[in-house]
Write a protein that binds this ligand. Structure first.
Ligand code: ZN
Length: 215
C-alpha cells in the first residue's frame, strides 16, 4: 500500500501528475478540488458555499476541506493506497494526518510564481460548453472559438491578475509551513515542475524508487 500527498501551487500540474501515478499504481486519486467542482456543477448546498468563496478569489475554509477529506477517506476503497491532492491545508491538519495515516511521501511540485502567472493567465474556458483551453498548452484551432461547439472562449471569472495574486499569497502562507513540517519528518520529495509532464513524472518515480513511466 502506498500513501502519498501531492503539493504544488495551482498550475503546477499536480492533478495531471497525481493521475499518471494513480492510474499506474491503482491508487485512488483524491482531489479536493474535483470533489468541490462536482458539488458546484450539481448545485448542492456545499457547491453554493464553494462558489461564493471562489468568486471572491479566496480559498475554501480549512474545516470544510478537512471534513470533505475525512468523509472521502472513510469510504475505504483504497486497497492499494491513495494520492491526495489539496490537503492538508494547515499545520494542524498536517500533524493530524501524519498521526492517522502512515504517509510514505509528500510530493512537492516546485514552480516559480512567475511561471504560475504565465500558465494560469493563459487559461480559457468555453462560455457555452465549459471545455477548458490554454493558450500555451491547449490552443483552440480557431482563435477565441471552441473546437467542439464554436462558443466564445473567455477567462474564468477567478483568473484575474488580482485574484491570482491573492491565491498565490494564500498558498504560500499556508503551504510553506506545512512543507516545513513535512521536511522535518524527511517525507518531502521535491520535483521541478517546469519541464513537460512526462519528464516531471519520470523524476517523481525516480525519486520514489518506482519503475519508469511508460508512455
Ligand atoms: Zn464549447
Amino acid at each position: 500500500m502506498r500513501k502519498y500527498v501531492i503539493m504544488g501551487v495551482q498550475g503546477s500540474g499536480k492533478g495531471t501528475q497525481a493521475m499518471l501515478l494513480a492510474d499506474d499504481l491503482d491508487l485512488v486519486h483524491i482531489s479536493v478540488g474535483d470533489i468541490f467542482r462536482w458539488h458546484v456543477q450539481r448545485h448542492t448546498k456545499l457547491g453554493a458555499q464553494v462558489r461564493r468563496v471562489m468568486a471572491a478569489g479566496e480559498l475554501v475554509g480549512d474545516d470544510l476541506v478537512e471534513s470533505t477529506v475525512r468523509d472521502r477517506l472513510a469510504v475505504h476503497d483504497w486497497n492499494y493506497g491513495f494520492i491526495i491532492d489539496g490537503f492538508p491545508r494547515s499545520r494542524r491538519q498536517a500533524e493530524f494526518f501524519l498521526e492517522s495515516y502512515d504517509i510514505d511521501a509528500v510530493l512537492h511540485l516546485d514552480l516559480p510564481d512567475s511561471e504560475v502567472r504565465r500558465r494560469v493567465l493563459a487559461r480559457r474556458i468555453c462560455s457555452r460548453c465549459g471545455l477548458d483551453y490554454n493558450l500555451i498548452f491547449h490552443r483552440a484551432k480557431v482563435e477565441g472559438r471552441c473546437d467542439v461547439c464554436g462558443g466564445e472562449l473567455v477567462s474564468r471569472e477567478d483568473d484575474t491578475e488580482e485574484a491570482l495574486a491573492t491565491r498565490l499569497r494564500e498558498y504560500h502562507t499556508k503551504a510553506d509551513p506545512i512543507l516545513e513540517l513535512f521536511r522535518t519528518k524527511e517525507f518531502v520529495v521535491t520535483v521541478d515542475a517546469r519541464p513537460d509532464k512526462v519528464t516531471v513524472q519520470q523524476d517523481i518515480r525516480k525519486q520514489l524508487g518506482l519503475p519508469e513511466y511508460r508512455v
